[in-house]
Design a protein around this ligand. Structure first.
Ligand code: NAD
Ligand code: WQD
Length: 344
């Protein structure tokens, strides 16, 4: 019999790509999403890619009654992959309570029901944001967790602590927290991709929207950092490579191969790339010009961060496979496809 996986936030950017990889590997997927930051047509994209329409329930995971009813109905769930959360760093500074409520209450509702229904396996979406500006680069999983520089980042730190504390109290529960660096790109079919609502905060959607003419120009936030070209450095990871890591983590849990009941892994490429390098590589791989201007630094940006991916490579047997060129091309193909569909 197929094993059933609950994917919370499965209509969103990383969740939808993970649903595709899970279905490709033969898992039965049920998605819960309240569509607060996604659109239902994503399910059509998933169905076109895999030939299977995932089961879907629309409700807010902060609603404890609905969450409990859902888990009572789906007793056969073997693993929960928990993506559902708000993720905009700047918005979290403006609306901290909204972030603490959404990201923490939903997590606690899920954990309570996992315990009640004796569901033993959790994969949790964490973030490189938990490291802030690390003292040493590349950053390993052992780097100290510093005070978070946003309420959003704090919700990820607190979430990891909540999961850890629960696991310490219950030998049956196991969790893997995956700390993503900067996920970019789209599925190679261009049927699913990143769908920012309103003006994008993240670099790559801003670039694709500028290239297609939706935005006048990209603002490059700072060229006076202590980096070779003066712009910030990040570790940009292809979203399909990232999605595949979730399947690997899930298999590790199901095969009971975890070394501790709570494990954390960095998911990155191990390579730091500057903002200006991203712009240049985008132009080269797509043939599209990106209008940009240099402006002042953005509040809260760390200067440079990239992952030490050795632990994930060795322990999970996972590594990134897609190049930066093909990843940026996939983001561009998605932008073009999405706009042509909208204009039909
Ligand atoms: P996303 O916004 O595209 O997807 C999140 C999904 O969760 C959305 O479809 C949204 O509607 C849903 N959701 C939010 N709150 C909900 C709730 N209370 N109940 C039900 N559904 C809810 O975001 P994403 O980029 O796919 O990120 C997924 C996860 O990965 C998040 O936890 C995010 O914090 C984490 N993460 C993202 C990045 C990134 O740069 N995209 C980096 C590191 C970590
Ligand atoms: C990347 C680089 C900007 C937009 C965020 C979260 C982090 C994690 C990943 C969730 C930076 C520069 C950007 C623009 C620019 N998310 N930039 N012009 O800030 O590294 O990480 O997403 O957990 O927590 O903080 O990603 O894509 O916003 O920025 O110059 O219009 O691009 O300064 O150097 P960031 P980003």
């Amino acid at each position: 019999m197929k094993q059933k996986v609950l994917v919370t936030g499965g209509v969103g950017y990383i969740g939808s790509h993970t649903v595709v990889e899970l279905q490709n590997e033969g898992y039965d997927v049920v998605i819960v999403d309240n569509l607060s930051n996604s659109v239902i047509s994503v399910l059509d994209g998933i169905t076109k890619i895999t030939g299977i329409r995932p089961e879907f329930e629309q409700f807010d995971l902060c609603d404890s009654v609905k969450t409990t009813n859902f888990f009572q109905k789906h007793k056969e769930i073997a693993v929960v992959i928990h993506f559902a959360a708000f993720k905009a760093v700047g918005e979290s500074v403006q609306k901290p309570l909204m972030y603490y409520q959404n990201n923490l209450i939903s997590l606690m509702n899920i954990l309570e029901n996992m315990k009640r229904q004796q569901i033993q396996n959790l994969v949790f979406s964490s973030s490189c944001t938990v490291y802030g500006q690390p003292d040493e680069l590349p950053v390993t999983e052992k780097a100290p967790i510093k005070k978070a520089n946003s309420p959003y980042g704090n919700t990820k730190q607190i979430s990891e602590e909540i999961i850890y504390d629960l696991i310490c109290s219950d030998d049956n529960l196991k969790a893997i927290a995956l700390r993503y660096f900067n996920p970019i790109g789209a599925h190679e079919s261009a049927l699913i991709g990143e769908l920012p609502i309103g003006t994008p905060n993240n670099l790559v959607p801003y670039i694709t929207q500028t290239a297609i003419g939706k935005r006048k120009e990209l603002s490059v936030f700072g060229n006076d950092y202590h980096t070779p070209d003066g712009s910030c450095i990040r570790d940009y990871i292809n979203v399909v490579d990232l999605a595949k890591a979730h399947v690997v983590a899930l298999k590790r849990l199901l095969a009971k191969k975890t070394k501790q009941n709570f494990e954390t892994f960095n998911l990155g490429t191990g390579i730091g790339v500057s903002v200006l390098e991203i712009v240049n590589t985008f132009e080269k791989s797509t043939g599209q010009k990106v209008n940009y201007k240099i402006v002042g630094r953005r509040d809260g940006d760390v200067e440079k961060v990239w992952s030490d991916s050795k632990y994930a490579n060795d322990e999970l047997g996972w590594k990134t496979e897609r190049s930066l060129e093909e990843t940026l091309l996939s983001a561009w193909n998605w932008e073009k496809q999405y706009n042509s569909k909208k204009n039909e």
